[in-house]
Structures are given as structure tokens and as C-alpha cells.
Design a protein around this ligand. Structure first.
Ligand SMILES: [Zn+2]
Length: 164
């Protein structure tokens, strides 16, 4: 897929992330899944609304894409996420058989509150997967995506830090 296509779909993911406001304390994440040039899912994280701790944008999008296609596997699909997927969502990407994960802001571009572990590298999950037909690429519209979140050095009260 061409780089300008990637940016088009990432812009869509940013719009989805902003769809219910852009307060960084609510972790506005957007995820779009594209298969054969068609958007088959576009979801925001919905952890508070449902409430469901597993309702990250990527998890919701994978569920929606499988519902819509009626397929367990999403081979050939590209998953776009405004933020580097967490461990859960990276593993879900592997299990769902998407072929490509493209994210915007990386772990180092945002506050640690958006991630579950200090040193786990989700890029390593992909590199270490049994599958050799999945790739992950970061940095697509990274600066624009990073504006959705608290910066790496933001001084946050503990109650705003969702991962503690
Ligand atoms: Zn996640």
C-alpha cells in the first residue's frame, strides 16, 4: 500500500479518536482496519462507556471487522492505530491474522500511562511471532497523532494515570 494511502487511513483513525472529544485523560485512540481497499472497521476505545477494560480501539475494531466479514481471520488486512498498540492489542493483531499494523505515535512519543509495562516491547511480540506474514510499522503522522495524548514528561496526578 502506498504511503499516501497510509496517511489517508491514519487521518481517518485520528478523526475516529477525536469523535468523542480529545481529552488526553480519556485515552482517545482510533483504529481503522482496511481490507482490499475498503474500510471494514473504524472504532474508538470504549473502556469507560461499556465498561470493559479490554475495549481498546484495536480490540473493538478487530471484533467489528470479524463480525462484518463473518471471518475469524483478517488475512491481508491492515490495522491502523493512532498509538502504538499495547501488549493486548498487539497479541490480538497476531491472533486475528492481520497482515500489517501501522501506528502513529510511538511509545516514546507519549506519557507512559498509555502502556501497561515498563520494558515490554510490543514490536518484539511481532518480531517473535510464529507468523512470518505480519509486519508492524510506526511513525505514520506521528506528530499529529501524538497531539492526542499527554506528552512523555507531563506531570500527571496519579488518579489520571490509567495504568497504575
Ligand atoms: Zn490496547
Amino acid at each position: 500500500m502506498r504511503a499516501d494511502d497510509d496517511e489517508t487511513y491514519m487521518r481517518m483513525a485520528i478523526e475516529v479518536a477525536r469523535s468523542k472529544g480529545s481529552n488526553p485523560s480519556t485515552s482517545p485512540l482510533g483504529c481503522v482496519i482496511v481490507l482490499d481497499g475498503k474500510v471494514i472497521a473504524a472504532e474508538r476505545n470504549q473502556t469507560h462507556e461499556l465498561p470493559d477494560a479490554t475495549a481498546h480501539a484495536e480490540m473493538m475494531a478487530i471484533r467489528r471487522a470479524c463480525e462484518d466479514t463473518g471471518e475469524l481471520e483478517l488475512r491481508g488486512a491492515t490495522l491502523y492505530s493512532t498509538l502504538q498498540p499495547c501488549g493486548m492489542c498487539t497479541m490480538a493483531s497476531i491472533w486475528s491474522k492481520v497482515g500489517r499494523v501501522v501506528y502513529g505515535a510511538g511509545k516514546d512519543d507519549v506519557h507512559p500511562m498509555y502502556f501497561e509495562a515498563r520494558h515490554v516491547d510490543t514490536l518484539g511480540f511481532i518480531g517473535d511471532a510464529y507468523r512470518d506474514d505480519i509486519v508492524i510499522e510506526g511513525g505514520c503522522l506521528a506528530d499529529e497523532c501524538a497531539t492526542l495524548y499527554y506528552g512523555p514528561d507531563a506531570d500527571l496526578p496519579k488518579e489520571e494515570q490509567a495504568n497504575l
